[in-house]
Design a binder for this molecule. Sequence first.
Ligand code: 5AD
Ligand code: SF4
Length: 444
Amino acid sequence: MAKNLYIKTYGCQMNVYDSDRMADVLAPLGYTPSGNVDDADMVIINTCHIRERASEKVFSELGRLRRWKEQQQGLGRDVRIAVAGCVAQAEGEEISRRAPWVDVVVGPQAYHRLPELVSRTDPASRNAVIDTDFPVEDKFDFLPEEHTPRGPAAFLSVQEGCDKFCTFCVVPYTRGAEFSRPAASILTEASRLVASGTVELTLLGQNVNAWRGEAPDGGQWNFARLLSALAEISGLERIRYTTSHPTDMDDDLIMAHADIPQLMPYLHLPVQSGSDRILEAMNRRHSRDDYRRIIDRLRKARPDMALSGDFIVGFPGETDRDFADTINLIAEIEYASVYSFKYSPRPGTPAAGIDDQVDDQVKSDRLASLQQVTDSQQFAFNMQKVGSIMDVLVERPANRAGQRAGRSPWMQAVHFPEQSGEIGAIIPLRITAAHQKSLSGEPL
Ligand code: 5AD
Ligand code: SF4
């Protein structure tokens, strides 16, 4: 029987990928993704635990879903609620206890088992079916093929988990140890996506550039070698990868940016702070200078390389002077885009136990002054492109009638008249205007 599946996704791109894969897993059971919660037979919330008040947000969402479930049951409909993702992993028991109307709790490494978990649910039970194992089997061996095409720009998960243990971060606890998917499995999925119309792939991993995997011939490949194998797939025009750690930016990978034309000239390379003292306390395993040198070499390999980064302000013990070092590092690098956050103590992480927490008002002030700098860098970067001609991937209709939206090689959103090109095409556009977060273009 046809059933509707509504998935609400929070957090990172890997959650977006996982949500699509959960839909694939449930397709054989008759579930079709739907954009509407009201006619859903099952709702999955795919949660994120990385920052502020993650679990409170989940519980208030679950409060709304409780009323939804009661209404639906009042109408005689048999509906299910599942919680997936990193909050599910970290707080599975707590979710089942505080929200007994939840039917399934499934962690990021176990969702290939969803059909079985769903079959074990019982509307009369006040306990969720919980699976937060880090199973010995590789979930990718059990995931079915994509049920619906992913579109011109798609994600592909190649690496999961993290062994770096930055002292502020929950990822090593919720996503588990570093795991690299074998190359053959990645190449098969990539070819399938390309055959279904994908032209741009973003390889995903918490530490994607730490990928070291089994080669198709049974040997070992590093990440640069995987990239060159992907570049041989005909029809795959653009390759990106995220998120990378500076210490895994090895020589081969830097050279790949010179050698592989499909690799886009834009890299997300978080550094978190510009102060060596704070980098040390964060257990980042590199200095400010190491980071600067990597960026210099990347720009030498690929002169039009643009950078984006993540920064945390108000890490425990951060002084005005440490913060000034962050600002002057940002000034030196000149980012195309920056994501910045107030430090938020995550339960169970080492930094959460440090006494010297920074006052919230100080964090807010630092965040605001950092964002003033990074917003102006972003605008300046966009302005540099005005008047130039660039290849843009046509992705979708824009919100404004008669317009389409696409992506520049540097991840900028570009808006242009719809007659410029079909969705999925890569077309040359002349850039006519720059805005804070996007560009406007016209066909030549
Ligand atoms: N507090 C604030 N920001 C954090 N991040 C990760 N953990 C925390 C935390 N506890 C940020 C980092 C990371 C990004 C994904 O989220 O900048 O790179
Ligand atoms: Fe978290 Fe650090 Fe691992 Fe990134 S490298 S996922 S910030 S522990």
